[in-house]
Design a binder for this molecule. Structure first.
Ligand SMILES: C[S@@+](CC[C@H](N)C(=O)[O-])C[C@H]1O[C@@H](n2cnc3c(N)ncnc32)[C@H](O)[C@@H]1O
Length: 208
């Protein structure tokens, strides 16, 4: 029972539970995955970053507070997380350094070629149409823009009983193939492992 509720919360944090429990859990549990993603993107001051599925907003805040990049945007399907992160990043939003929008990776609410970097951490399992999601990532990235996708290994997630409630699990090779099919080149893999998340991967690719 709790597992199915928590699985649904991870896919779309909602209500008081989403704000008080899920967002706090994400903040703590995904530190290692977010760090590997940022290391993979190696952001610079000329970048404009889009994060899809920002959850608690931890990664975006890390980017802004470290001043590694002063121009970020985020999209999330959860209205609760959009409100939460809009409050959390209010100062940066008012200063024109951050933009937060409600939306889905399968229909990204930004124009073509607006970003030089795009990342998404722990969202792949919830995409209904991965081909469409990656086509949308291509569309909003500038030519030679970098994409980073961070996700748990299938072996690890399969051991957690909650995965049966709405998670699609992917082998590393499947995601590599999907990226190539979507037109990304120069695919690189990084691997991480920590006590909260077990084994995880970050795949990067260059947009056409
Ligand atoms: C498991 S949480 C991960 C949050 C954060 N990236 C992290 O790793 O801590 C998944 C987040 O992605 C969002 N999400 C799920 N499916 C999405 C989709 N199709 N498009 C955009 N956001 C999505 C959820 O609302 C949630 O905030």
């Amino acid at each position: 029972m709790f597992e199915s509720i928590f699985s649904r919360q991870l896919a779309n944090p909602s209500g008081l539970f989403g704000r008080l429990i899920t967002a706090r859990w994400l903040e703590k549990a995904n530190v290692g995955m977010n760090a590997l993603t940022l290391e993979s993107l190696a952001l610079g001051t000329n970048d404009r970053l889009l994060e899809i599925g920002f959850g608690s907003g931890y990664l975006l805040e890390q980017v802004l507070s470290s001043r590694s990049c002063d121009d970020v945007a985020g999209v999330d399907v959860s209205q609760e997380m959009v409100q939460h992160v809009s409050r959390r990043l209010r100062r940066h939003i008012e200063n024109g350094k951050a933009e937060i929008r409600h939306g889905d990776i399968e229909s990204i609410p930004f124009g073509d070629a607006e970003f030089s970097a795009l990342c998404t951490v722990n969202t792949l399992y919830f995409w209904r149409d991965a081909k469409l999601a990656l086509a949308e990532c291509q569309r909003v990235l500038k030519p030679n823009g970098r994409l980073a996708i961070c996700f748990n290994s299938k072996e690890d997630l399969a051991q957690w009983p909650g995965h049966v409630h709405g998670f699609t699990l992917y082998e590393l090779a499947d995601v590599e193939e999907m990226l190539v099919a979507a037109g990304f080149t120069g695919i690189e893999k990084r691997t991480g492992n920590d006590k909260d998340q077990g084994e995880f991967y970050c795949l990067t690719g260059i947009a056409a």
